[in-house]
Design a protein around this ligand. Structure first.
Ligand SMILES: Nc1nc2c(ncn2[C@@H]2O[C@H](COP(=O)(O)OP(=O)(O)OP(=O)(O)O)[C@@H](O)[C@H]2O)c(=O)[nH]1
Ligand SMILES: [Mg+2]
Length: 197
């Protein structure tokens, strides 16, 4: 089967699946290579250990062409839908069903920051996401020369964005590689999806 046809069929079947997703749906978005797939794998492992124990070596990942659905049981079932960075043009097809949004930025990649900022602006102004709680994750803080959260907030004028946005926005610095901050991400998901019913 031709690659384009395979991607098209996978997308159609995901659209069908998404229609009954319910209140436990969390959307995970961000530019290509920021670390979304690794985060999901790490969160799944962490939740299965109830936040305790060694995460072990980071598993390998591949660029996500399409979408990945992963269930995490953190008191209640939360389904995380990662959309590959290369799927940017159709991200909006999935806004309707989500109650929370994880938006990921690569803190070690200054050249990608402006593109991430434009993506974030688009997400925050989308009507269908107006009621979603938003967690912005600055990932890869284990790498040398990563930008601090203060530097990034100032570069993308995050305080101004937060003041204008309809959403409740939280920020965290993490390393999906080392596991830094991942228990805070899990806690945020638990709290957000508890209040979302
Ligand atoms: N050093 C470091 N590398 C990371 C971290 N998180 C992810 N990576 C690496 O970054 C690369 C891309 O990670 P992915 O999780 O595949 O990125 P993605 O955001 O899912 O990318 P797409 O699916 O293409 O949108 C992989 O080599 C990961 O191992 C991190 O916190 N630190
Ligand atoms: Mg991916």
């Amino acid at each position: 089967m031709r690659a384009e046809l395979r991607v098209g069929l996978a997308w159609l079947s995901e659209l069908r699946l998404s229609s009954g997703a319910g209140s436990g749906m969390c959307l995970l978005l961000g530019a290509t290579g920021v670390g979304k797939s690794l985060l999901v794998k790490r969160l799944q492992k962490l939740s299965s250990r109830d936040g305790k124990g060694d995460l072990g070596d980071p598993p390998p990942t591949r660029p996500t062409v399409g979408t990945n659905l992963t269930d995490i049981v953190a008191q209640k079932k939360i389904t995380i839908r990662e959309l590959g960075g290369c799927m940017g043009p159709i991200w909006s097809s999935y806004y309707g069903n989500c109650h929370s949004l994880l938006f990921m930025v690569d803190a070690s990649n200054p050249t990608q920051l402006s593109a991430s900022c434009v993506q974030l602006l688009g997400l925050l102004s989308a009507e269908e996401l107006a009621k979603a709680s938003v967690l912005i994750l600055f990932n890869k803080i284990d790498l040398p020369c990563y930008m601090t959260i203060e530097e990034m907030k100032s570069l993308i004028r995050l305080p101004d964005l937060m003041a204008c946005a309809k959403q409740n926005i939280t920020t965290l610095e993490i390393s999906a590689w080392k596991g830094t901050g991942l228990s805070d991400v899990l806690r945020w998901l638990q709290d957000t999806h508890r209040t979302n019913g």
